[in-house]
Design a protein around this ligand. Structure first.
Ligand code: HEC
Ligand code: HEC
Length: 209
């Protein structure tokens, strides 16, 4: 069951076009100065209301910026900061932040018993695929398949995202067929499971950075 779910998702993914422009990290560094107030100089935001973007994949960052700019991903703050960016700027910013490393953080141990089985194995009976199947055991995702990195993300932000996906938020569909995946994955998660998974994700980091 778990296996079939993932295969069906994989078929969906094949249809998505890639980001056309490739970014330059050095050019991106200069353009990133304006982002630092919220996301931190190296993309490791300190305030949990702003997501960490350090170590996020280039294409994912560029795509989210384009979605904010078009209003398909609705956020008043990021609409303002993406409005004047060209596709090249978006790619350059993506290249710069993807070259930074997400600072490791910690998970609340009380949640591990709930989160780890779902993260690693899913819940076959309820049709929830293992998060690890796409985001990897260390949460770093896979840029080629366009599965974003979630490792060390602030729990508050991941929980927000998971609740939005569960409530049906799909950013950029149909242009971005990937977006539909997470609303399907999150549809069956309880509030408690979302809280636990978000905390667990905050503690994920790779053994050899
Ligand atoms: C005034 C604060 C602020 C500034 C400055 C800012 N951002 Fe953001 N950014 C946010 C907030 C808040 C969110 C979360 C939006 C949401 O909840 O959907 C966000 C989300 C993002 C995301 C999506 C992250 C994800 O994991 O999905 C990216 C990418 C991003 N910002 C890049 C940038 C870049 C690049 C700049 C500079 C050009 C920038 N931001 C400037 C506040 C800011
Ligand atoms: C079949 C692949 C797949 C599986 C399984 C999966 N994800 Fe995702 N996840 C994605 C994709 C693709 C996105 C980007 C969605 C978008 O573009 O809006 C994503 C986005 C996310 C994000 C938001 C990242 C960001 O910064 O914007 C979080 C948090 C997340 N997933 C957590 C989970 C959790 C927890 C599970 C397990 C319950 C899970 N995912 C299972 C593919 C997957």
């Amino acid at each position: 069951m778990k296996f079939t779910t993932v295969v069906a998702f994989a078929a969906l993914l094949a249809a998505t076009p890639g980001w056309a422009v490739s970014g330059d990290a050095t050019a991106g560094e200069a353009k990133a100065a304006v982002c630092a107030a919220c996301h931190g100089v190296d993309g490791n935001s300190v305030d949990p209301q702003y997501p960490k973007i350090a170590g996020q994949h280039e294409q994912y960052i560029a795509e989210q910026l384009a979605l904010f700019k078009s209003g398909k991903r609705d956020n008043a703050i990021m609409l303002g900061f993406s409005a004047l960016l060209s596709e090249q700027d978006m790619a350059d910013l993506g290249a710069y932040f993807s070259a930074q490393q997400a600072k490791p953080d910690i998970a609340d141990e009380a949640f591990v018993a709930i989160a780890q089985p779902i993260y690693r194995g899913g819940d076959v009976k309820r049709g929830i695929p293992a998060c690890m199947a796409c985001h990897g055991p260390d949460g770093r995702g896979n840029p080629l398949s366009r599965y974003p990195s979630i490792a060390a993300q602030h729990a508050q932000y991941s929980a927000d995202m998971l609740r939005r996906y569960r409530d049906g938020a799909v950013y950029g569909e149909p242009d971005n067929a990937h977006a539909l995946i997470m609303s399907q994955v999150a549809a069956k998660l309880s509030d408690k499971e979302i809280e636990a998974l978000a905390s667990y994700i905050q503690g994920l980091h790779s053994a050899t950075p």
